[in-house]
Ligand binder design. Structure first.
Ligand code: HEM
Length: 444
């Protein structure tokens, strides 16, 4: 590709009216991201983009340049170095600020502090027993399928992919009923952008209560393991680390499940006898986190032939890097995609996230074997936004069956509503009761 030739915008791309920066927040980008990535590659290994009105970033689209950035300690993750936020050029109320602004968790830490916070996460996640995780996922999956299986139709995003990770997390993190209800409400609201500030407050409040509860009554769960870790996290660190795990986990996991189901349902029946191959192809060609990994150069410097300034926001396009060259295009069994990122901040949860996805997809296809798209694939739409690759809905139809799946194990002993009954006035969730309902189903 000649980096000096004049780039030709993809159809409908309004790059020319954005000061030469390519906007990634408009619906046109969500409609045809690969056309945008092809266009961005004309700039060379990095390209000027706009993440939201007035929010500029340099996006790395080349696979090798992306790996170099992700592994180079002279680029920092600490967002307090973000020049344009500090100078006021980026409005505080920009929709991308909640995701990119600094919080005291491992995502925004560098060096020794990162190691300390991250080790607490990786070592606690490593204690998750795979068979137990598969069992939890199967039970949640059976419950959710049972909610719509008699209808003969469903929206797999709203009815399944969106809810399953949250329910599994509640169980993994040892959430009693009422706290779990507010965790579900808070995370869903933050990601849907509906009353995001209030939702975040509900989530942080609920997680704070969970931390207080586990300090006095630890259990066999990720929250308690994090707390017992030798990193000796303070309560504040616990709340931020837990909220990161829940938030950074739920959204991509929902989209990995959704995008994998999309891949299977838009290919010939039998094209993917092994769900893992469908996941691998999805990770290469339709990764749930399309563009992220914000980094800030510590000083002005040259990078991949471009001048970049200290504190300038640089991001990696996992989606563009994955499809950059024939060498990196997905091939069965090739797991070198950048969908989980790479370097010190690579996703620490690949193993559990993959297991949850395999189990969720296998179970659904096993329970509803004649499931198919209810609309032509070309009519499916994707949620706008610069960071994710996320279906708006995935409408399907199938032969209606009686509610499938019954609880196969006794309820977890922690799940008694008496343990964390909310004080009067604390029940703020408009969605109150979903987790409680699941727990009562489990106890039947
Ligand atoms: C069980 C579910 C998951 C959990 C708990 C989780 C947790 C995390 C955490 C804590 C980090 C920050 C690591 C650090 O900064 O050192 C992270 C990063 C990341 N995760 Fe995950 N994750 C989950 C699922 C996924 C899925 C399904 C994907 C997509 C395939 C994904 C892709 C990523 C990527 C690309 C990063 C790097 C982000 C960046 O640097 O900006 N994660 N994850």
């Amino acid at each position: 590709m000649d980096a000096h030739s004049v780039p030709v915008p993809p159809p409908g791309c309004p790059a020319h009216d954005s000061g030469g920066r390519v906007p990634l927040y408009r619906p046109e980008f969500a409609d045809e991201p690969q056309a945008y990535y092809d266009f961005l590659r004309h700039y060379g290994p990095t390209a000027p983009v706009e993440l939201a009105p007035g929010v500029e970033a340099t996006l790395v689209t080349d696979y090798t340049a992306a790996l170099n950035l992700l592994r180079d300690p002279s680029f920092r993750k600490d967002a307090r170095q973000w020049r344009d936020l500090n100078s006021g050029k980026v409005p505080e109320d920009s929709p991308v600020v909640p995701l990119l602004a600094y919080r005291p968790n491992c995502m925004f830490a560098d060096g020794a502090e990162h190691q300390r916070l991250r080790q607490a996460v990786t070592e606690s996640m490593a204690r998750i027993d795979s068979s137990r995780l598969a069992r939890i996922t199967e039970r949640v999956s059976a419950y959710l399928i049972g909610q719509f299986s008699t209808r003969g139709s469903a929206d797999l995003m709203a009815d399944y992919a969106r809810q399953l990770p949250l329910f599994v997390f509640n169980e993994l993190f040892g959430c009693p009923a009422e706290i779990g209800d507010r965790v579900l409400f808070g995370i869903s609201g933050m990601f849907d952008g509906v009353n995001a500030a209030e939702s975040a407050e509900v989530l942080y409040g609920a997680v704070g209560e969970l931390v207080a509860l586990k300090r006095t009554r630890p259990g066999d769960d990720v929250t308690s393991w994090l707390m017992q870790h030798q990193a000796e996290l303070t309560d504040e660190e616990m709340v931020h680390q837990l909220s990161l795990l829940l938030g950074a986990g739920a959204e991509p996991l929902r989209n990995l499940i959704g995008n994998t189901l999309h891949r299977i349902l838009t290919h010939d029946r039998g094209a993917y006898p092994d769900v893992r191959n469908a996941i691998d192809d999805t990770l290469w060609q339709n990764p749930p986190i399309a563009n992220l990994a914000p980094h800030y150069p510590v000083a002005d410097r040259m990078y991949a032939g471009q001048h970049v300034a200290a504190g300038e926001l640089m991001m990696v396009s996992f989606a563009a890097a994955n499809t950059a060259t024939a060498r990196t295009k997905g091939q069965a069994g090739n797991r070198a995609s950048l969908a989980w990122s790479a370097g010190p901040h690579a996703c620490p949860s690949q193993r559990p996230a993959t297991l949850i996805t395999v189990t969720a997809v296998d179970n659904l296809l096993g329970q509803l074997p004649d499931i198919e798209l209810a609309v032509p694939a070309a009519l499916l739409t994707w949620r706008p936004g610069p960071f994710h690759r996320a279906l708006t809905a995935l409408p399907v139809r199938f032969s209606a069956v009686q509610a499938v799946g019954q609880p196969t194990a006794p309820p977890h002993p922690q799940h008694t509503t008496t343990q964390a009954e909310p004080a009067a006035g604390q029940r703020r969730s408009g969605n109150a009761g979903k987790w409680s309902q699941f727990l009562s189903w489990l106890r039947k």
